[in-house]
Every structure is written in C-alpha cells, then in structure tokens.
Write a protein that binds this ligand. Structure first.
Ligand code: PLP
Length: 399
C-alpha cells in the first residue's frame, strides 16, 4: 500500500492515541482514571432516543436530502434566530456527520495550495491536520495565557497575508475553555472588515456549555457585514450528549453551503436519517437536560479549579465554557521524579502522571501549547476528586 501524500501529511488525533494507551493499560488489568475524554459522561436524553425509535417505526430509514431534512434545517434556523437573532434560509444550512465533517468539507470546498488558514493556538487538534489534508497551509498564531488564550486584533492583523483564506475561531475553546466576549469579537471584526479575502469559520460546538457569562455572542451578530463570509459550525454532540449519533451543522452563505453539499453528495449522500430525527427532538424539545448538565459541569469545574490551584507547581484559568481545564505545568519542568527521571516536557509530565498515578491527561503540545496539559471534567465528581489528589501526590513527589 502506498498512502496518498495527504495521508502522510497528517497524524491521528492525539486524543485517540491517548485513549488507546488508556485502553491498553485497562486491558492489562490496571485501573486508570481517564481525564482524556472529549465527550459528555451523560446519556442521551430519553425523549431524543424515543424520537429516533419513532423515526425507525415510521419508516424514516431511507436517504434524506443531501443537506439534511427540511425539519432539521428548520430547527437549526430557529435556534440561530432565537439565540442570536440571525436569519438563515434553508439553503444556507447544511447538516453533516458531526461538526467535524462539516468543518472538513468547508475546507475541502474552498482551500487550494497555497491558501493559508489562521489557527489561534492553543487549538483543537483537528484543525491543522484538516487544513493540511486539504492542501492548505496552517498559520498557527500563538495566543498566550496572559491574553486569556484568545486571539487579539493585533495578532490577527499580523498573521493575515494575501494568501489567507480562513480564520478559524473556536468559542468556547477546546482545550482552554476561553470564550470571546462581544467586545473582543468587535475588535477582531474590525480587522477582518479590512481584509475581504479572509473568511471566518466559527466553531461553536460548546456554546451551550458556558458558565456565568450569559449567552455567548457570535461574530455575525456582532458584525452583520461579515455574514457573507462566515460559516458557523455547531452540532448536537456535546450539548445533548449525542457524540455517537454524528450530527453537526453549518450555517453560512448559500454558495459555500452549496459547495459543501456537492462534496457531501459524493462522500456520504446524507447524514443518518434516524440521527437527524433525534437531533430535531434535541433542538426543539425541552432544554432542561442542557441546563442540568451545565449545572453539574459548573460544580465540577469550580471544584477542580480549586483543587488544582492548591497544588504547588500547577495553575489554571477557570474556563468560561466547555468541559476542559488547560493546566499550566511549566513549573514542573526540569524537576526530577522519584525514579530519577527529569521532566523535560509536558509529555514527560503526562507520562509520569499515567505511569505513577494512573491518571490519564493529554499533553499541551498536542494542542500547540507546550507546558500545559488538558483535563476533561466530563467525568464523575469522584473520579475528578481522586485524580486531583493523585496529581497532587505526583507533584509532591518531585524533587
Ligand atoms: N469542534 C471542537 C472544538 C471539538 O472539540 C469537537 C469534538 O471534539 C468537534 C468540533 C466535533 O464534534 P462532532 O464532530 O462530534 O460534532
């Protein structure tokens, strides 16, 4: 087998690799506290499952329109109108097999070599590889903790070139939990208005999971003049604990959506009809489940931020949204483990935590930010407590 060049350019997701290492340890009989997971630990709500069963019983088991059922596109349009006051017609919305697929297809539909895609770092692991797979050039822009891990107008301006095709914004962010305020988006919008060649992909997959900041704003609502070059992507995976159902969506200019649909027609024909029916129920049904989950996440977040904050050598900002903590471990670098090994990198730190304490986390370099590690709090409060205690022990054992 001779892999295509695009395969050689990319690597499997590090979170998948970490999950594999956890599975191996578990298979060898070890108990591992797994803080690598990128999905809610809750079950899909019953009314959503019931809607899927009803769809099967009604015989909705055939291909749907390439861009999703009219009912689901209407539910998505209604959500965008309700939440942000934005109007999208049904030809400005597409549904795919997860937000991931929609993002990939958007890049596939628009990026040619040597187009550049600006990716603020820390970033979701998939963005650079998706750009590379589609012959683009990822332009990574460092957004340090001192800036709240957020892109500033000055950094954006400096990163834009004549070849810039896209800026990818992820708010709230995986892995940092940073979320942009309307004022911050305003600042970025002012830069973008001066560069009409730059489109914006705003990935809002965690937008319902936010803490004490009210409803999070979206770029197009802040600056409507960017509507004809902005794609909003989202999905039901994180909000409704539906990662396995594989439904995500994009809302943007009809021409871009049409190009995505053309690709989708040759790639998957359409997303699962049954999952689409379930997604309609999720988006249009009672939202109590979402409120309950966010309250639980918030409790875990507050506790974990406190416990980690008490550990000498670690610190982390409280995330504004999502279910991850991005922990600064730079103070541990250069220190020595009881076995005599010096911790040179964040990857050494995560390996040390796994080997000695059986706590699995993901190293920051995977997200473009060496010196950090990511903890997911989409896990039980007990696991989180015990993990923090073990991490504290591991840090105390260093000399
Ligand atoms: N965007 C971000 C930032 C994510 O973290 C994820 C999943 O981990 C996705 C998009 C894709 O989610 P899905 O394909 O399940 O909709």
């Amino acid at each position: 087998m001779r892999p295509a060049a695009r395969v050689n350019r990319i690597k499997p997701s590090p979170s998948t690799a970490a999950a594999q290492r956890v599975r191996e340890l578990k298979a060898a009989g070890h108990t591992v506290l797994d803080l690598t997971v990128g999905e809610p630990d809750f079950d899909t709500p019953d009314h959503v499952k019931a809607a899927a069963v009803a769809a099967i019983e009604r015989g909705e088991t055939k291909y749907t329109p390439v861009n999703g059922t009219p009912e689901l596109r209407a539910a998505i349009a209604a959500r965008l109108a309700r939440r942000h006051g934005l109007r999208y017609s049904s030809d400005q919305i597409t549904v795919g097999g997860g937000g991931k697929q929609v993002i990939f297809l958007a890049l596939m539909a628009t990026v040619d070599s040597p187009d550049e895609v600006i990716i603020p770092s820390p970033y979701w692991v998939s963005y650079p590889d998706m750009v590379l797979a589609n012959d683009g050039v990822p332009v990574i822009v460092d957004c340090p903790e001192a800036d709240g891990f957020k892109l500033t107008p000055a950094r954006l301006e400096a990163a834009i070139s004549a070849d810039t095709r896209w800026l990818i914004l992820n708010t709230p962010s995986n892995p940092t939990g940073a979320a942009y305020t309307a004022e911050e988006l305003r600042g970025l919008a002012d830069v973008l208005l001066a560069h009409p060649q730059v489109w914006v992909l705003t990935d809002e997959i965690y937008d319902e999971i936010s803490y004490g900041h009210g409803q999070l704003p979206t770029l197009v609502a802040v600056e409507p003049r960017l509507a004809d070059r902005t794609l909003i992507t989202n999905g039901v995976s994180k909000t409704y604990a539906m990662t396995g159902w594989r439904i995500g969506y994009g809302a943007g200019p009809a021409e871009l959506i049409g190009a995505i649909n053309t690709l989708q027609s040759q790639i998957s024909s359409c997303p699962s009809s049954i999952s689409q029916a379930a997604a309609v129920a999720a988006l249009t049904g009672d939202q109590g489940f979402v409120r309950d989950c966010v309250a639980v996440y918030q409790g875990r977040r507050d506790k974990a931020v406190k416990l980690l904050g008490d550990i000498q050598g670690l610190s982390c900002l409280a995330p504004a949204g999502g279910f991850y903590l991005f922990v600064n471990c730079t103070s541990l670098l250069g220190r020595r483990t009881p076995a005599g090994q010096v911790l040179h990198t964040d990857e050494d730190v995560t390996r040390y935590l796994l080997d000695t304490q059986r706590v699995a986390v993901i190293h920051g370099a995977a997200y473009g930010a060496p010196g950090y590690f990511r903890i997911s709090f989409a896990t039980s409060g007990d696991v989180l407590d015990e993990s923090c205690q073990r991490i504290a022990r591991a840090c105390a054992d260093l000399s």
